[in-house]
Design a binder for this molecule. Structure first.
Ligand code: HEC
Length: 378
């Protein structure tokens, strides 16, 4: 008993610095957990946006706090995080007029991002027409795929994800890949290759990312605008350090000016995460698709029968909200493998039926879109 007062004192001394830190509000940053090298929860280093966030927090003299939230569902992600006051700033939103109406303010830019032509090292192109007669890998449903479809004489080879397109290039199965640039350094590291990266500048093919702030927080936006202006060189250096680079640049006005005015010029949607922004339907469409996926899962196809309603599995292996934790960037591939082929050998002895003859590709895609928004990070 005699020790108690001492312990109290010790605890108090120990807690004192903490109490001080709590006195300043943390600088809360929303980041996508899985968009290397822009931001990622796994690994020792957490990406360009993470490091920019850390520096901003330091400059503001506030403790840095991250809220990891998958942004695959684009605008919905912004609505559920930033606009719901889960964070003060979301790093990596595309700087596009009217993205979220007046509710979203942006400061920046952070990075210029977009589609690049990726070639084996030593090759290059001076104009897009030089792709004629070559096999070019693109990701399904991407703006690059749309653009390439307007060019005669190119043999496009379509992959589900840009990462797969780049791996095919590394294996020599295609002559070039036309994909969004973020995963390129990642795949270079994975395959031990170095590619030549040529930025393609044209309608909907390049955009700037920025820091998004809720309208109510205008003073913070103004302060970030000022800070980011002073950090431009530093940010560029961080991006280079993560392998983001351009070895060349070409211009391609693939879209007739009239069409450009009609549609949203936005690379559709989302944050840092323009991966999906650029390679998926517009956000509101995505939301409708995800809603349909939910219905298919819970009732129409009966997945919930074994995986639990709302995909909250009866056990960990069947909990489909944990796929991103289990497989990281490979989780969508694991999804397709499991739903198409089924799974006979499982630890529990339960069988996952194959769905490729039972459910349409479109339905399975809708379920995937819905599951994407449900992934948890711990
Ligand atoms: C008859 C029961 C049953 C039904 C119905 C069922 N599944 Fe499964 N599913 C399983 C089992 C069992 C596993 C394997 C879990 C394991 O690996 O232990 C599995 C695995 C999966 C996986 C892989 C999970 C992972 O992390 O590896 C996905 C994805 C999946 N199911 C999606 C679906 C979808 C989508 C539907 C509906 C179209 C569906 N399942 C319907 C039983 C079922």
């Amino acid at each position: 008993m005699r020790r108690l007062p001492f312990l109290f004192t010790a605890a108090f001394l120990f807690l004192a610095p903490l109490a001080e830190a709590v006195a300043t509000e943390p600088f809360r940053v929303c980041l996508d957990p899985d968009t290397p090298p822009l931001s990622m929860v796994a690994g020792e280093r957490h990406g360009v946006y993470y490091e920019v966030g850390e520096r901003l927090a330091r400059a503001l003299d506030r403790p840095f706090q991250v809220y990891w939230w998958p942004t695959d569902l684009g605008k919905r992600a912004i609505r559920l995080t930033l606009l719901a006051d889960r964070c003060d700033v979301m790093l990596g939103v595309p700087d596009v007029k009217g993205l979220m109406g007046p509710r979203l303010l942006v400061a920046g830019p952070l990075l210029e991002l977009g589609y690049v032509l990726v070639l084996p090292e030593g090759n290059s192109v001076g104009a897009i027409e030089e792709l004629r007669g070559r096999r070019v890998a693109v990701a399904f449903n991407s703006e690059a795929q749309n653009a390439l479809a307007t060019l005669d004489g190119v043999g496009p080879v379509t992959f589900r994800e840009p990462e797969e397109a780049l791996r095919a290039l590394a294996r020599g199965e295609v002559d070039a890949a036309f994909v969004w640039e973020a995963p390129v350094p990642w795949i270079e590291r994975e395959t031990g290759r170095r590619f030549t990266i040529v930025a393609v500048d044209g309608p909907r093919l390049r955009w700037r990312s920025a820091a998004g702030v809720a309208r109510a927080n205008k003073p913070l936006r103004d302060r970030l605008e000022e800070l980011l202006r002073g950090m431009r060189d530093e940010i560029a250096a961080i991006a280079r350090d993560y392998g983001l680079r351009q070895d060349g640049r070409i211009v391609w006005n693939w879209l007739p000016a009239s069409a450009e005015r009609q549609g949203s010029i936005a690379p559709a949607v989302a944050p840092g995460i323009v991966r999906v922004a650029a390679e998926a339907p517009a956000a509101d469409d995505l939301q409708a698709i995800a809603e349909r996926g939910r219905e298919l899962f819970n009732s129409v196809l009966g997945c919930a029968h074994c995986h639990g309603p709302e995909a909250v599995g009866p056990d960990k292996p069947r909990d489909l909200r944990r796929m991103k934790i289990r497989y990281r960037t490979g989780w969508t591939e694991a999804y397709w493998q499991a739903v198409r082929e089924g799974r006979l050998q499982t630890q529990s002895g339960l069988v996952m039926p194959a769905w490729k003859d039972t459910a349409s590709e479109e339905d399975l895609k809708a379920i995937l879109a819905w599951l994407t928004g449900l992934q948890v990070s711990r």
